[in-house]
Design a protein. Structure first.
Ligand code: DP6
Length: 359
C-alpha cells in the first residue's frame, strides 16, 4: 500500500510559532466498520453521513524547540488541563510520528472542546482526532506551501484513521467512504474519500436526531469491540455482507430508493449489535428504552407511511434518520413520543454537514 506518499521530507521553510484552529464533525455510519487488522486497516468498507452540529473545535499552538526524541504536548479540554486524556493522544502521536516527523520539533498546546456534552455517550474520538489531524496539516502546509487542498484532506484522513478508524470519515462530507471497495472508484483502506457519485436529492440535507438513551461511559470500548471480531464465528460472513451492502448502498444513494435505504440502514445497525450479542464474551449494548424507541419508530413509519429509520453505534443511543421533507412531523413525533425514553429527555437534532472548517 502506498503509505510513502504521506511521509514528510525536510522542509525549506521554517516556522517559529503558529496557531491553527479547526472545527471538525462527528459522523454516523450507514454501513458499519466493525473489525480491523493492524495498522488500523478495516475488514470491510464503510460509509457515513458527516454531521453538522456535533463537532469538535481544536486549536493547537505550535512553538519551535530543540528536536527531542519524545513528543512534547499539553492538553486542555474545555479550558481545563486533562491528564486522563493524554495517553490516547500520546498514542496517536506515536502512530503518526513516521509521517509527521516535525512533531518532534514543536511544543504543542492543544485546546479542545465539543459542541455536545462530553458525557452524552456520543463518541468524540472521530471529531477529536480529525481536528488534531487538520491542525497538524495546517502546520505542514505552512512548512510546505506547495501542498494541495486535495492532498491535505487525504493525509488528514490518513492520520486521523491511525488514531481512530471512524475519524478518517470526519474530514469531508456529506457522505464519506472508507475502505477499498471494487464499486467505488478511488476508495482506499488508508483514508476516507467523498462518495464519488451523484447523490439523489432525497438524501440532501438528511436529518439525524440523536436520542441519548444512555449517557454513561461506553460499556465496550471500540478497541475491545473490534477485537471481538478476531475469533468470531460469523466474522467472515459479516465482512462479506458489509461489502455487499456497500454495493447496494452505492446504487440506493444514486437512485433514491428510500425504502431500500431504510431497510439497509436498520439491518446494518442490528447486525452490528448481533455481532456483539454473539461474540465471546457477549454484550447486550441496547437498553430497554433503545427497544422501546425502535418499536415506536416502526409503528410511526407504518401509520404515517413515513421514511424515518434508525441506526445505532456500539451503544444504547439511537440515531433517527429522516429526509428533510419530514423534518417538521418527525421532530414533533420525537418531542412528543420519543424524548421520554431519553435520559433527562435529552436528544440532539443534527443534519448532514460538509466536513472540516478552519476557524
Ligand atoms: C460502531 O472508529 O471508534 O461506530 O478504530 O478502534 O477507534 P477505532 O474504532 P471506532 O469504531 C467505530 C465503530 C462504529 C461503526 C462505525 O462508525 O463505522
Amino acid at each position: 500500500m502506498d503509505t510513502a506518499q504521506f511521509i514528510t521530507k525536510s522542509f525549506k521553510d521554517s516556522i517559529e510559532k503558529a496557531n491553527f484552529s479547526w472545527q471538525t464533525p462527528s459522523n454516523i455510519a450507514l454501513v458499519k466498520y466493525w473489525g480491523k487488522s493492524n495498522p488500523q486497516i478495516p475488514k470491510n468498507a464503510s460509509i457515513s453521513f458527516t454531521l453538522n452540529n456535533c463537532h469538535t473545535i481544536t486549536t493547537i499552538k505550535f512553538e519551535k524547540k530543540e528536536k527531542t526524541s519524545s513528543v512534547d504536548f499539553e492538553l486542555f479540554f474545555e479550558g481545563k488541563e486533562k491528564e486522563e486524556f493524554k495517553p490516547k493522544i500520546a498514542d496517536f502521536f506515536t502512530r503518526i510520528q513516521d509521517y509527521c516527523s516535525y512533531i518532534f520539533e514543536y511544543k504543542m498546546t492543544i485546546n479542545s472542546e465539543n459542541s455536545f456534552p462530553h458525557s452524552s455517550g456520543i463518541a468524540s474520538s472521530a471529531s477529536g482526532l480529525s481536528a488534531i489531524a487538520m491542525c497538524l496539516m495546517s502546520l505542514e502546509h505552512a512548512l510546505n506551501p506547495t501542498l494541495t487542498k486535495e492532498f491535505i484532506n487525504k493525509k488528514a484522513s490518513f492520520l486521523a484513521r491511525l488514531g481512530s478508524g471512524s475519524a478518517s470519515r470526519s474530514i469531508e462530507g456529506p457522505l464519506v467512504v472508507w475502505g477499498t471497495h471494487p464499486n467505488i472508484e478511488g476508495s482506499s483502506d488508508l483514508f476516507g474519500i467523498q462518495f464519488p457519485y451523484k447523490v439523489h436529492s432525497v438524501f440532501e440535507n438528511y436529518q439525524d436526531a440523536i436520542l441519548l438513551v444512555d449517557k454513561g461511559e461506553k460499556q465496550v470500548s471500540s478497541t475491545v469491540g473490534h477485537n471481538l471480531m478476531h475469533d468470531h464465528p460469523y466474522a467472515e460472513n459479516r465482512f462479506q455482507q458489509a461489502n455487499e451492502n456497500m454495493s447496494k448502498m452505492v446504487e440506493i444513494l444514486q437512485n433514491g430508493d428510500i425504502k431500500a435505504f431504510v431497510n439497509l440502514v436498520e439491518s446494518e445497525a442490528l447486525t452490528l449489535h448481533a455481532m456483539m450479542l454473539t461474540s465471546t464474551p457477549y454484550f447486550v449494548l441496547m437498553k430497554p428504552n433503545t427497544l422501546e424507541i425502535i418499536n415506536r419508530i416502526w409503528e410511526y413509519r407504518k401509520e404515517h407511511d413515513s421514511n424515518l429509520c434508525f441506526t445505532l453505534d456500539a451503544g444504547a443511543n439511537v440515531h433517527v434518520l429522516y429526509p428533510e421533507l419530514e423534518k417538521e412531523s418527525v421532530n414533533q413525533f420525537i418531542e412528543n413520543q420519543l424524548s421520554k425514553y431519553c435520559q433527562k429527555n435529552h436528544y440532539i437534532c443534527d443534519s448532514v454537514g460538509y466536513g472540516a472548517a478552519q476557524l
